[in-house]
Design a protein. Structure first.
Length: 399
C-alpha cells in the first residue's frame, strides 16, 4: 500500500493552519502504519509524540509510557541520543536496553533544511523491517519534514495577554486576569512557580516549545505565553507530573525538554496568582544567572542561587562604577584575579586559600600584597573585601 492519497484526506474548512498540519501528520502516520503493517510513532526533536498510529501488541513499555506521558524519561532520552539519532542523515537501528524495558527500534530522522525536526519510529525487536519498508518510512519522513518545516509557530495570543495582565502592577488588571484564567480552567489559584525561558543562540519556535510543555502536564495546571525574548510559564505545583521533582528542579525539567540551546530561570514557590509579579521578577533574576552557566546546564532556580539573588539584580553597567584599578586587575591580571577570588571564597583563611590554589603560603602572601599595591585595597577591611567580591561577580568572568 502506497502513501500517495494521504494529503487529499484533510478537510481544512474548520481547522487552523496548525491543526491542519497536525491532521496531515496524523494521517501520514496512520497511512504509513497500514503500508508497513506495524505501529508507527512520530516524535518531535525532543522525543515528544506528535502523532501515532493504533498501537499493537508488539510495542514495549517505553512506547506505551511515551504516549501516555507525552514524552520519555531522561534515561531513555539519553540512551537513544547516545546512539547517534540526532545527527543521523538516514535510518538508524537502535539497540534494545532491557533495564529500561526498551526493545530495538528502527529510527528514521525527520529533517528539513539540514535540521532534525523529529523522528519516525518502528519498534523492531527482531530486526525484521525489510528494505522496501525502510524506503517507505524514509519517504514518509521526508514528507513529514516538509510539513513540520512549514508549520507556523503557535501564536499564544490569548495566553500571552493573560500572563501580561497577571504580572501587571495594577491590581484591577491582575484581578480580571485571575478571574479569566481560573474561570476558563487554564490554571488554578494555588501555589505555583513562574519560569522564564530565553534563546541562547539558534532561532527557537517558542510557541511550539510552549505547547510541548503544556502537553506534558495535566489540563488546568499550566499557563504559557510569550514574553519579550522568549516565554513565561506558570506551573501549578499540584501537577502530578511534577510530584516527583523538588520544587527547585522545575527549571531543570523544562531545560531538559528543549531541542535548542535555551536558558531557563525559575522563581521560588509563591502562594497563588496574586503573587505572579513577584514570581516573574524572581524568574527573571534566575534567568540572568542561567545565561552565564556552562553549556548544557543553563538553568537556575531562585531557591538555589543564594547571593546571586541580589547581585543578579544589579545592572551590568554597575561594573563601570568599580574603581578602575580593581577593574584593570580583574580584566588584565588573571592570575591575581583568581588569587583574589580564592582568598575571598576562603573568608580570608590563608591556609585554605593556598591549598585551593596549590600555592605555598609565602607565594600567596606575595600575591595578596601585589593585589593591594595595584588596587589600593586593604584586604583586612570588610568594605574593601565586599567591593572586591562584588567586582569579581559583576565582571561576568568565572574564577
Amino acid at each position: 500500500m502506497e502513501l500517495s492519497w494521504w494529503r487529499a484526506t484533510i478537510d481544512r474548512s474548520h481547522v487552523t493552519e496548525v491543526d491542519a498540519t497536525n491532521s496531515e501528520l496524523q494521517t501520514l502516520v496512520e497511512a504509513l502504519s497500514l503500508a508497513v503493517e506495524r505501529a508507527v510513532l512520530l516524535d518531535d526533536a525532543a522525543l515528544v509524540p506528535i502523532a501515532y498510529s493504533p498501537q499493537g501488541a508488539e510495542i514495549d513499555e517505553v512506547r506505551e509510557r511515551s504516549i501516555l506521558r507525552r514524552g520519555v524519561s531522561r534515561q531513555v532520552r539519553d540512551s537513544l541520543l547516545s546512539q547517534g539519532i540526532a545527527g543521523a542523515r538516514g535510518p538508524v537501528r537502535t539497540v534494545a536496553v532491557p533495564e529500561l524495558s526498551m526493545s530495538g527500534r528502527l529510527c528514521v530522522p525527520v529533517r528539513a533544511h539540514g535540521v532534525t525536526l523529529g523522528f519516525l519510529w518502528l519498534v523492531d525487536p527482531d530486526d525484521t523491517v525489510g528494505t522496501d519498508d525502510i524506503e517507505r518510512v524514509t519517504r514518509a519522513a521526508a514528507n513529514a519534514g516538509e510539513l513540520l518545516a512549514g508549520r507556523p509557530d503557535v501564536s499564544l495570543t490569548e495566553e500571552s495577554r493573560l500572563l501580561a495582565q497577571l504580572g501587571s502592577p495594577v491590581a484591577s488588571d491582575r484581578q480580571l486576569a485571575r478571574e479569566q484564567a481560573v474561570g476558563g480552567g487554564m490554571i488554578a489559584d494555588r501555589p505555583l512557580v513562574a519560569v522564564r525561558v530565553a534563546a541562547l543562540a539558534q532561532v527557537v519556535r517558542f510557541g511550539d516549545f510552549a505547547r510541548r510543555i503544556v502537553h506534558r502536564v495535566s489540563a488546568g495546571h499550566v499557563l504559557a505565553g510569550r514574553h519579550p525574548g522568549g516565554l513565561v510559564i506558570l506551573l501549578d505545583l499540584d501537577e502530578p507530573a511534577l510530584s516527583v521533582l523538588k520544587p527547585e528542579d522545575v527549571a531543570r525539567w523544562i531545560h531538559g525538554a528543549a531541542d535548542r540551546p535555551l536558558a531557563v530561570g525559575q522563581s521560588g514557590v509563591v502562594a497563588g496568582l496574586d503573587f505572579v509579579p513577584d514570581a516573574m521578577r524572581q524568574a527573571e533574576v534566575a534567568l540572568s544567572i542561567a545565561r552565564q552557566r556552562d553549556e548544557g546546564s543553563e538553568f537556575a532556580a531562585w531557591q538555589s542561587i543564594g547571593v546571586e539573588r541580589v547581585v543578579g539584580q544589579l545592572p551590568s553597567s554597575a561594573y563601570l562604577d568599580v574603581p578602575v584599578e580593581l577593574r584593570r586587575l580583574i580584566d588584565e591580571e588573571p592570575a591575581l584575579a583568581v588569587t583574589l577570588a580564592a582568598y575571598l571564597d576562603a573568608a580570608g583563611d590563608v591556609k585554605r586559600a593556598a591549598a585551593a590554589l596549590s600555592l605555598h603560603r609565602s607565594g600567596l602572601y606575595y600575591r595578596l600584597q601585589r593585589i593591594e599595591e595595584l588596587t589600593g585595597l586593604d584586604l583586612g577591611e570588610g568594605d574593601d573585601r565586599l567591593l572586591a567580591q562584588l567586582a569579581l561577580r559583576l565582571s561576568g568572568q568565572s574564577f
